[in-house]
Each structure stands twice: as C-alpha cells, then as structure tokens.
Write a protein that binds this ligand. Structure first.
Ligand SMILES: Cc1cc2nc3c(=O)[nH]c(=O)nc-3n(C[C@H](O)[C@H](O)[C@H](O)COP(=O)(O)OP(=O)(O)OC[C@H]3O[C@@H](n4cnc5c(N)ncnc54)[C@H](O)[C@@H]3O)c2cc1C
Length: 54
C-alpha cells in the first residue's frame, strides 16, 4: 500500500482498487478511509433514489 502526501501526490506503485457495493452508512465511510490509505475506491448503489427510512 502506498502512503501519499496529498500535496505532492508521488506514488511509487499503482493504487490498488476497491469496489464497495452499497452506499448506506458503511459504504461511504469505508470508502473515505480506504481512500485516505491510498486505495482507488468505487462505490456502487443499486437504489435509484434515497431511502426514506432507516
Ligand atoms: C426503519 C429503520 C429505522 C432505523 N433507525 C435507526 C436509528 O434511529 N439510529 C440508528 O443508529 N440506526 C437506525 N437504523 C439502522 C440503520 O439504518 C442501519 O444500521 C444502517 O443503515 C446500516 O448501514 P449499512 O451501510 O451497513 O447498510 P444499509 O444502510 O442497509 O446500506 C446498504 C446499501 O447497499 C445497497 N445495496 C444492497 N444490495 C446491493 C447491491 N447488490 N448492489 C449495490 N448496492 C446494494 C442498498 O440499496 C443500501 O443502500 C434504522 C433502520 C431502519 C430500517
């Protein structure tokens, strides 16, 4: 895993990619921290609109 300095953005190895299925609470939270750790993250969501409850 590559740690990057946001200002200089120098990477020595290609970013590892992660696909997260679901953008409820956990999905975006996990995406945020994985991105902070240098992963290239994609979040997919099957619902077309926001859920009204839960
Ligand atoms: C009516 C209700 C009231 C609640 N009230 C509270 C409360 O007051 N306080 C509290 O702390 N918790 C509350 N909860 C619980 C809280 O909503 C859940 O704990 C929380 O949403 C779990 O988050 P999650 O990201 O793990 O899962 P979810 O929020 O369920 O997110 C999962 C997401 O994955 C998506 N998904 C599923 N399958 C796929 C697929 N194959 N491909 C792509 N996307 C997919 C779903 O559409 C969904 O958006 C409530 C729950 C309900 C149902």
């Amino acid at each position: 895993m590559t740690r990057t300095d946001q200002r200089t953005d120098i990477r020595t190895t290609p970013r590892r990619t992660v696909l997260i299925s679901g953008s409820g609470i956990a999905g975006p939270a996990l995406a945020f921290w994985l991105n902070r750790c240098g992963y290239a993250v994609t979040v997919v969501e099957k619902a077309g609109t926001l859920r009204s409850g839960g």
